[in-house]
Ligand binder design. Structure first.
Ligand code: FES
Length: 141
């Protein structure tokens, strides 16, 4: 028997740090800090088909903690979907409004701006591009 009590939070987070694709089950609020915050991509990562994000719409990629929106002119914008209040992974996108599960902060997925407290800082912008029909996001350029 390997001495593994279950996928502990620490184990899961370490996996995320190395391979963003493994980011499952991180919606729980870490509440009050310490290490172990969910993370956004540190290297370019393919999120999905370009067609998934409609003009004027947005798509939340929870596994990668990225939200992508598309302006009416077709251009893409991406932000980290880690809440700037206490670092929870946002798991709800209502139209183009992101809703944090921890304390109810809301953000505009198109601009990253705070729509509802307690968060006061906008979401962190990420680089994003369409490549061969896929959306690829990465750390801030
Ligand atoms: S972590 Fe508090 S509202 Fe998101």
């Amino acid at each position: 028997m390997p001495g593994r009590p279950s996928a502990s939070r620490r184990t899961v987070l370490r996996g995320v740090a190395l391979t963003p694709v493994a980011g499952l089950g991180l919606a729980a609020c870490s509440g009050g800090g310490g290490g172990g915050a969910p993370a956004t991509p540190t290297a370019p990562v393919v999120l999905g088909a370009e067609s998934e994000v409609a003009k004027g719409g947005a798509e939340l990629y929870q596994d990668q903690n990225v939200v992508v929106s598309r302006a009416v002119d077709g251009s893409l914008t991406a932000f980290s979907s880690i809440c700037t209040h206490a670092g929870c992974a946002i798991n709800k996108l209502d139209g183009t409004t992101l809703v944090c599960p921890c304390h109810g902060s809301e953000f505009d997925a198109r601009t990253g701006k705070v729509l509802r407290a307690p968060a006061t800082e906008p979401l962190n912008p990420l680089s994003v591009e369409a490549k061969n029909g896929k959306i690829v996001a990465g750390p801030e350029a």
